[in-house]
Write a protein that binds this ligand. Structure first.
Ligand code: VNL
Length: 204
């Protein structure tokens, strides 16, 4: 259901071909809801069957046509119904914490590498999200640019502020992950008295 809402979100910015939905998705909402093209195209077809979007043939090249999707009234209603609902939580399925809980079975070196990789992953994501915030604030993100085209500045600011806020949430969560993993490095260093796991400055 969330992919469907992410795709509806894309089509609230402008009508687009399936390929343009895919392209816009990868440089906007795909940063908070990852989905490959193998999920996007079939879902668009199902959404058309369900009347949430309408596909119409538009001229393409010399003689060709392609399908351009626009959101229908039913699509907008469905999108707003979802936004006005209480949030829906999935109980945790957390592979990282699952693994952390059993590190007494792991090689200390592998445990150190695990936390180091966790820090590197989340640091890289923070950089991506900061860059996205920059292109939201300066309105250079193409999906946002279309969405706010012709709108008064107050509307553009309001539309942009929520998107920036979503990324600030992602960054806050990633920072918490990094802090936790740094604690993991300390813990392994303290609990596993091996050469690899011992911090260099450990006096013992
Ligand atoms: C939009 C543009 C959304 C850029 C984004 O993420 C984004 C949008 C939620 O206009 O829908 O990064």
């Amino acid at each position: 259901m969330s992919l469907r809402n992410a795709l509806l979100a894309m089509l609230t910015s402008q009508p687009m071909t399936g390929y343009d939905v895919y392209k816009n998705f990868q440089t906007s909402v795909g940063y908070v809801w990852h989905a490959p093209d193998s999920q996007i195209y079939p879902e668009l077809r199902r959404m058309e069957q369900d009347g949430l979007i309408r596909g119409e043939s538009v001229a393409w090249g010399k003689r060709g046509t392609k399908k351009r999707y626009s959101i229908t009234e039913a699509g907008v209603e469905s999108f707003q119904r979802w936004l006005n609902e209480p949030p829906d939580y999935q109980r945790e399925r957390d592979p990282i914490r699952l693994r952390a809980a059993y590190l007494e079975w792991a090689d200390p070196k592998a445990s150190m590498d695990f936390f180091t990789a966790h820090i590197a992953y989340h640091s890289a994501r923070i950089d991506d999200w900061k860059e996205m915030i920059r292109t939201l604030r300066d309105h250079s993100n193409p999906t946002l640019a279309k969405r706010i085209e012709g709108k008064p500045p107050e509307d553009a600011d309001r539309i942009t502020a929520y998107k920036v806020f979503a990324y600030e949430g992602m960054i806050a969560r990633a920072r918490a992950e990094i802090e936790w993993a740094e604690g993991g490095l300390d813990l392994v260093g303290k609990l596993e008295k091996t050469d690899q796991a011992k911090p260099l400055d450990d006096p013992q």
